[in-house]
Design a binder for this molecule. Structure first.
Ligand SMILES: Nc1nc2c(c(=O)[nH]1)N[C@H]1C(S)=C(S)[C@@H](COP(=O)(O)O)O[C@H]1N2
Ligand SMILES: [Mo]
Length: 425
C-alpha cells in the first residue's frame, strides 16, 4: 500500500495524543491512527514505537521508505542522496536508492488501474497497455543498472551552480525487472520517422497545477532500442519504492538518470529531438565547447548530455577512518561507465603521485556498476587520503580535479577521496 506523505501534516496528523472526545470520534481517530501506523510501519520496515507522542506538525526524520541515514537535500520536492559508505552493498537496497524528484510524486498510485500509452507522431498505432498486459505479453527480463543524476557532484562547482547541491551520492545500482522498451515500441510499431522517445509521468508540478508537466525528457531511438533499456516495475525483487517511480518507470543505464521517467504513463515516439520540459534550454545540457568558469552560455551553444562519464566511489571504509600503524586497510568500492566496461581501477595514498592496482570484478551486465577492492598498506603513521580512479574500455579516466565547469553543474566525475588516519599504537 502506498500512502500520501506529501502533506507532512497529513502524514502525522493521526498520531496526535488521544483526548477525551466522544466515543464516535475516538473510534474514528483510532481507526485512522491504526491505519496510519500500519502504512508508516510498512514504509519504514519497522514500528515507530512512541508514534503517539510525536507532536502535531512534526514529521519523522527521513523520507518515507528511505533509510534515515540518507542526506535530505529537500523535502518538497523530495530529494535525498546516499552517503558513499551506505553504497557498500553489491546492489543498492531499495531504502538506500537515491531520490530525485522535480515535482510531487502521485498520491494513491494504483497498479490495478495503471496504464501505459505509446503515442507520438512517429508511432504506427497509438496503444495503451495495462500493467498486467505489460507483465504478460512481453518477455520479462532483469538487469543490474546504475542510475546517476547528471547533477551528481554539483556541490563542488565554482562559481556554484543552482539546484540540488549533490555531493557524491546521487547514484545507485539496483536489479531492475520489467520488459524491454523496444519490445513494447515494436508492438505499437515505429515509423521510419522515429528519432527520439519522450516520457510523461504522473507526478504533480510544484505549483499544484494539474496541467503543468513536471519533467518530460527522453533518449535517442538508438538508446531506446538497446537490450538493457527497460520499462520496470520491480527494484531488487520488490515493487518500486513510491519515491522511485511506483508502480512503473523507465530505466536507462549509462544516460543521465533524468531520462529514466518515473510514474510512467506515456511514451511518445518523436520525429524530432523530444522537446518536453527540461529537455530544452539549459536543463541537462552542457556547453558544446568548453567554457571558462562563470561564462553565460546561450541556449543554442548548449548540448544534450547523453552518455555519462566514467566514475567511481570508495564505499568502505567511511571517510575519517582510523587504523593502527602497521595494519593493512581493506578498501572497497564501485565503478561505472556508459562505455563497454571499466577496465582498470587504481588507488593512490600519495595524492596521485603514484597509483596501485585494485582488484576489479566484472559487471553483471552492461551499465551495471563493477565492484573493486584493494588492501592498502601505509608506510608510517599520520594523515592520508585514499584516492580512487577508474579507467574504462574507451580509455577514458577520471580527473583528479573538477572537470569542465558548466553553468548547471553537471558531469562532475572527479576522483573520490577518503581521509584515513594511521595512529601510533
Ligand atoms: N516523472 C518523473 N521522472 C523523473 C524525475 C521526476 O522528477 N519526475 N526525475 C528525474 C531525475 S532528474 C532523476 S536523477 C531520476 C532519479 O531517479 P530516482 O529518484 O529513482 O533515483 O529520475 C528522473 N525521472
Ligand atoms: Mo537528475
Amino acid at each position: 500500500m502506498q500512502t500520501s506523505f506529501l502533506k507532512s501534516k497529513a502524514w502525522i496528523r493521526t498520531f496526535r495524543p488521544r483526548s477525551s472526545l466522544e466515543t464516535m470520534q475516538n473510534s474514528r481517530r483510532e481507526f485512522l491512527r491504526t491505519a496510519s501506523l500500519t502504512t508508516l510501519g510498512l514504509a519504514l520496515g519497522t514500528k515507530v514505537v512512541f508514534a503517539d507522542n510525536l507532536p502535531d506538525g512534526m514529521s519523522l526524520i527521513g523520507l518515507p521508505g528511505k533509510d534515515p541515514g540518507m542526506v535530505i537535500l529537500n523535502d518538497r520536492p523530495p530529494n535525498a542522496e546516499t552517503p558513499a559508505h551506505m553504497l557498500d552493498d553489491a546492489l543498492t537496497p531499495n531504502d538506500r536508492f537515491f531520490v530525485r524528484c522535480n515535482g510531487l510524486p502521485p498520491e494513491n498510485a494504483n497498479p490495478a488501474t495503471w496504464t501505459l500509452t505509446i503515442g507520438g507522431e512517429a508511432v504506427r498505432n497509438e496503444k495503451t497497455y495495462t500493467l498486467q498486459e505489460l507483465k504478460t505479453r512481453f518477455p520479462v527480463v532483469s538487469y543490474d543498472l546504475t542510475l546517476e543524476c547528471g547533477g551528481n557532484g554539483r556541490s563542488e562547482f565554482n562559481p556554484p551552480a543552482k539546484g540540488n547541491q549533490w555531493s557524491t551520492g546521487a547514484v545507485s545500482c539496483a536489479r531492475w525487472t520489467g520488459v524491454r522498451l523496444k519490445d513494447v515500441l515494436n508492438d505499437a510499431g515505429l515509423t521510419s520517422a522515429a528519432v527520439y522517445v519522450g516520457y510523461y509521468g504522473k507526478d504533480t508540478h510544484l505549483s499544484g497545477d494539474p496541467d503543468k508537466v513536471v519533467i518530460s525528457r527522453g533518449v535517442p531511438i538508438r538508446k531506446a532500442l538497446e537490450e538493457e533499456s527497460l520499462i520496470a516495475w520491480e527494484m531488487n525483487g520488490a515493487p518500486l519504492p513510491m519515491l522511485n517511480g511506483y508502480p512503473l518507470r523507465l530505466v536507462f543505464g549509462g544516460f543521465p538518470a533524468s531520462c529514466s521517467g518515473k510514474w510512467l504513463d506515456k511514451i511518445v515516439v518523436r520525429d524530432r529531438v523530444h522537446d518536453g520540459p527540461k529537455m530544452t534550454g539549459q536543463s541537462y545540457r552542457v556547453p558544446c565547447k568548453p567554457v571558462p568558469p562563470g561564462r553565460v552560455v546561450p541556449d543554442d551553444e548548449m548540448c544534450i548530455i547523453e552518455e555519462m562519464p566514467v566514475k567511481s566511489l570508495i564505499t568502505f571504509p567511511k571517510t575519517g577512518a582510523t587504523i593502527a600503524a602497521g595494519k593493512t586497510l581493506p578498501i572497497r568500492g564501485k565503478a561505472w561507465t556508459a562505455a563497454a566496461a571499466i577496465t582498470k581501477m587504481e588507488f593512490s595514498i600519495d595524492f596521485g603521485a603514484s597509483w596501485q592496482a585494485c582488484k576489479l570484478e566484472n559487471a553483471a551486465n552492461r551499465y551495471a556498476w563493477q565492484l573493486f577492492s584493494a588492501r592498502v598498506d601505509f608506510p608510517q603513521s599520520g594523515y592520508y587520503e585514499v584516492w580512487a580512479r577508474a579507467t574504462d574500455a574507451g580509455g577514458n579516466s577520471q580527473p583528479m580535479l573538477l572537470p569542465g565547469w558548466n553553468p548547471r553543474g553537471y558531469l562532475n566525475n572527479a576522483c573520490h577521496r577518503i581521509a584515513v588516519k594511521v595512529a601510533d599504537q
